[in-house]
Design a protein around this ligand. Structure first.
Ligand code: ATP
Length: 246
């Protein structure tokens, strides 16, 4: 098809504080309806790429120095986060960043207002359909929920803007294996039931490759390898260094 990809990143360089080059010459593509994983160890630059495409780098004195980011064919590399959200992509930050003293429902509603979303009640009910556990806990204080439930609130809050592309930063971080399974099943379900396109930043390569169509591996600010999940799982270096297999 000739439709532009959901997200296309070309040769971006990202610098923090005008000096620290965190990402060099990174290119990647996420086609509509795909789950694409961005893998690599701590400090490789994954989160920086995700922040760059989401337009939130300025809060950390970071900047895209070179290169381009296109969302459904539109250049967004200089766009602020709200404009990117309005164009259909929303980020779920690492560490969830919930309003810890507000209830589950208030987190969803505040999220919707911050993102300028309409059809609030309808979208909230859709989120509760996806996460029945959140519906049961709608009046509970978010800060007292389990880690997995908090991750669900963070994803639910992002969904309140009715995105087409969801960018997830380490959704499995700090969660028990069973809960990680649940979160990853949910991500798969979001793609299947809602046709969402997903960019997934993960340190857990095993889990990510199990649900992704395609993946990029970063080291020291660069993409060093990319391929379908199948190809990467067969790659000897990937097996050894990222999957703990031999
Ligand atoms: P992690 O899993 O730890 O988040 P990562 O692969 O996502 O790792 P980044 O967080 O993107 O990596 O970090 C890439 C590089 O940029 C690292 O060297 C990091 O120290 C640096 N860096 C990240 N954020 C900032 C910042 N706000 N200011 C300065 N340097 C930063």
């Amino acid at each position: 098809s000739t439709a532009p990809p959901a997200l296309a990143v070309h040769n971006i360089q990202v610098v923090y504080g005008g000096a620290i080059e965190a990402v060099r010459d990174v290119s990647l593509e996420v086609r509509s309806g795909q789950i694409v994983a961005l893998l690599g160890s701590n400090g490789a630059g994954k989160s920086t790429v995700l922040k760059a495409v989401s337009g939130v780098l300025d809060t950390e004195d970071g900047e895209i120095e070179k290169g381009s980011v296109h969302l459904f064919g539109e250049a967004v590399e200089r766009a602020p986060a709200p404009a990117i959200v309005a164009q259909g992509m929303v980020q779920v930050p690492e560490g969830r960043r919930l309003f810890a003293t507000l209830t589950v429902e208030e987190n969803l509603v505040v999220g919707a207002h911050l993102q300028g979303a309409g059809r609030l009640a309808e979208t909230r009910d859709y989120v509760y359909t996806l996460f029945p556990r959140l519906a049961d806990r709608r009046k509970q204080i978010a800060g007292y929920l389990s880690g997995g439930e908090q991750q669900m609130v963070a994803i639910g809050r992002a969904l309140m803007s009715r995105p087409k592309v969801l960018a997830l930063d380490e959704p499995s971080l700090g969660l028990a294996p069973l809960v990680v399974t649940e979160i990853f099943n949910t991500i798969r379900k979001l793609r299947e039931s809602s046709g969402l396109t997903i960019l997934l930043v993960e340190q857990n390569a095993n889990r990510a490759l199990a649900i992704a169509d395609y993946a990029y591996i970063m080291e020291n600010g660069r993409v060093v390898l990319d391929g379908t999940s199948e190809q990467l799982r067969r790659n000897q270096d990937v097996r050894e260094f990222y999957l703990g297999l031999s």
